[in-house]
Design a protein around this ligand. Structure first.
Ligand code: ADP
Ligand code: MG
Length: 367
């Protein structure tokens, strides 16, 4: 999958941008606060229909403007599709070609991009929510059904938690809601386990290649359910056992909204055991493994968005990292230092200069 062209209209610090990308490596160079990350944010928004930086989407609208617009030409085996997102003060609308799309789940995944951002460096220390979101974002891009289940689960969970706040909640009605939660979460747990299983298989090899040393990496899906057949039955029993506690604390204790992915390095918790350097390489290995998972599902590489990745790597690792990037992937990479891309395959690389919301081909000879 490739993005051939992007057009931005009043998005962040871009008034009007139209730019074409090479199918291989696109380097965005510029000083701080010029719009490099904003451009990746726009591409990422086409992929996930959310910003990786902010919750309030009206922040994406250029100051003193009414509507932000992102339009991308996405090429896949199915041909070229024009995806459009429009964000206004009152919400957003989505279009594929000129047709409005009502369900976000239909739009997500039309452009599949995998993002690395310096904020990912907190991944292992962050609360479980962050690791759940990683799984949910990747799986939602691959399956509208997964996303629909997730949304419905969130709705029923909210309903159950609201109902728990009543004076005398009815046990039977709570059990009805519990059953619905169980039914919705079973396929989600199965998908998350399959995803982590695949990642576990690949991540050790990738990490060892980066580090040039032997390591074992394990990822465990942490959940109330154990990995055996009757998932629904297990969860139902746990929910029934937790009913009194749920009522006492007025919240739902059992379910996928509490699950986590635990990363282990040579048997120890990554968050407490691994060095900063190891964590950095591990997060990059994770992104690479996600790339491979996506290829295994849709038979094409997603677009790889790398924001400021060089500032996280020492010079030896930079070279190693460049060598390990898959060859068929379209890459967007931001940097402040042109020297960082010395040695990258020049014939496959287009360099752009980003300044104050304007992007132009980079003219100087940098090689
Ligand atoms: N809604 C907005 N309207 C106008 N400018 C914005 C908006 N949001 C962010 N900016 C500007 O975008 C710039 C930051 O862009 P960013 O892409 O994060 O920089 P960098 O090139 O360092 O990655 C800042 O100058 C900021 O003021
Ligand atoms: Mg930036």
């Amino acid at each position: 999958m490739k993005i051939n062209e992007i057009r931005l209209n009043n998005f962040r610090n871009y008034s009007l941008l139209k730019m074409r990308f090479t199918k291989r490596i696109n380097v965005l160079i510029g000083d701080n606060a010029q719009g490099k990350t904003n451009l990746l944010e726009a591409i990422s928004f086409l992929s996930t229909v959310r910003s990786f930086r902010i919750k309030d989407e009206t922040d994406l609208i250029k100051k003193n403007c009414d509507i932000a617009r992102i339009e991308g030409m996405i090429e896949s085996d199915a041909g070229e599709k024009r995806l459009t997102v429009m964000i206004s003060q009152t919400g957003k609308s989505l279009l594929i070609h000129k047709n409005p799309v009502r369900r976000t789940s239909e739009f997500i995944g039309q452009c599949n991009a995998v993002l690395f951002t310096p904020a990912d460096m907190d991944f292992f220390e962050a609360p479980p929510k962050v690791r759940r979101r990683m799984m949910d974002v990747e799986l939602s891009k691959l399956s509208p059904v997964y996303m629909e289940n997730l949304n419905q689960y969130a709705r029923v969970l909210k309903e159950r938690n609201t109902y728990l706040k009543q004076e005398h909640p009815d046990f039977e009605y709570l059990e009805v809601l519990s059953d619905r939660l169980v039914a919705l979460q079973v396929p989600i747990i199965e998908s998350r386990r399959e995803f982590l299983g695949f990642i576990t298989e690949r991540i050790s090899a990738l990490f060892c290649e980066f580090m040039e040393e032997k390591f074992e990496i394990d990822i465990e899906y942490e959940s109330e359910s154990e990995n055996h057949t009757d998932l629904a039955q297990q969860l139902r029993l746990k929910m029934t056992a937790s009913l009194k506690r749920d009522i006492a604390f007025k919240m739902t204790h059992i379910g996928i909204h509490r699950d986590d992915a635990k990363f282990k390095l040579n048997g120890f918790d990554v968050s407490s055991f691994a060095s900063q350097g190891q964590k950095r390489m591990l997060i990059l290995a994770l992104k690479m493994a996600i790339l491979e998972f996506i290829v295994s599902k849709i038979d094409t590489y997603p677009i790889l968005l790398l924001d400021d990745v060089f500032s996280e790597l020492d010079s030896k690792k930079k070279i190693k990292f460049a060598q390990l990037l898959p060859k068929d992937v379209q890459i967007m990479i931001t940097t402040t230092e042109i020297n960082e891309i010395k040695g990258w395959p020049a014939s496959e690389t287009d360099v752009f200069f980003v300044k104050n919301g304007v992007i132009a081909p980079y003219k100087e000879d940098y090689r």
